[in-house]
Design a protein around this ligand. Structure first.
Ligand code: SF4
Length: 280
């Protein structure tokens, strides 16, 4: 008989939980609610919210609904300025950790520092952060980007909130050697850092692990690689349909976990599916 265990520490992070609660409240009022891009990087959760009435639009100028929702990733000052010229009321769910990064960057850029952001160039949070750099920002995604850094001027090094802590430390050590006046602000979210060690423990306690999340979520990719390093029988899926049921045969304890943007209902659904479709 197989035992399927849901990771007790899994579920939304504080920022995502707050954003989902806020958007559900607005939708319950019956208002038309727009969001710029995906509210969270989880297609099935987005589909659920769209069925409740949420509309996605990146064209701010074309929005004429009654509410415009800002995601946990935050926005650039230019986008905030554009929002002031439309009729919709702005509901801001920028995560407090991202807001803090924006403030730190703004202050350092105004003081004349070069801003080195360690993160994914196309990630909305990073694009938002770049907007606070007063034109002094550089995004470093890999070592190849270091050619853009001016090692002769004071700089601030700051990571995306979901960056890999070890890679960030590696970059900090490299830059410490090259830049005399380097200030570092470790903006990696405490939830993300804590999740890594919790997930390692959980993955090591089960024979096989199913990790559920959105394929385009940075946090999902980072945490799934943690699972793989702790337990080689770790498998990724976005929904029950993608579960590798043939590969699960023979395992007696199967863990189910997910990223900061994976709702608990998806983990419960997967656990139930495994119980009902498991072949000894
Ligand atoms: S992962 Fe951390 S920084 Fe990102 S939304 Fe959640 S709480 Fe905020």
């Amino acid at each position: 008989m197989v035992k399927v265990v849901i990771d007790p520490e899994a579920g939304f992070c504080g920022g995502v939980r707050r954003a989902i609660k806020m958007v559900e409240e607005e939708l319950r009022k019956g208002d038309v609610v727009f969001v710029r891009g995906e509210l969270i990087h989880n297609l099935r959760e987005m589909h659920r919210l769209e069925q409740l009435g949420l509309k996605i639009s990146s064209e701010i100028d074309r929005i004429n609904g009654s509410r415009l929702f800002i995601r946990t990733h935050g926005e650039t000052p230019e986008v905030y300025a554009k929002m002031r010229n439309i009729s919709a009321e702005v509901v801001d769910a920028t995560c407090k950790n991202v807001r803090k990064s924006q403030e730190i960057i703004k202050e350092a850029a105004e003081a004349g520092r070069q801003i080195i952001i360690f993160g994914k160039k196309k990630h909305p949070e990073v694009i938002g952060l770049l907007g606070y750099c007063s034109g002094r920002g550089i995004i470093v995604e890999s070592d190849e980007d270091l050619v853009k850094v001016n090692f002769d001027i004071p700089a601030l090094l700051i990571p995306q909130t979901t960056a890999d802590p070890m890679k960030f430390l590696g970059l900090k050590l490299k830059l410490d050697e090259k830049i005399d006046n380097l200030v570092t602000y470790n903006a990696i979210c405490p939830f993300v850092s804590k999740r890594e060690s919790e997930l390692k423990d959980f993955a090591a306690k089960v024979e096989a692990l199913i990790f559920i999340g959105g394929r385009h979520s940075s946090n999902t990719a980072a945490l799934f690689s943690v699972c793989k390093s702790a337990n080689e029988n770790s498998f990724f899926a976005e929904s029950p349909k993608q579960l590798p049921m043939d590969k699960l045969s023979g395992f007696k304890t199967i863990g189910v976990s997910g990223s900061a943007s994976t709702p608990m209902w998806q983990l419960e659904e997967v656990a139930e599916y495994i119980m009902n479709n498991y072949n000894e």
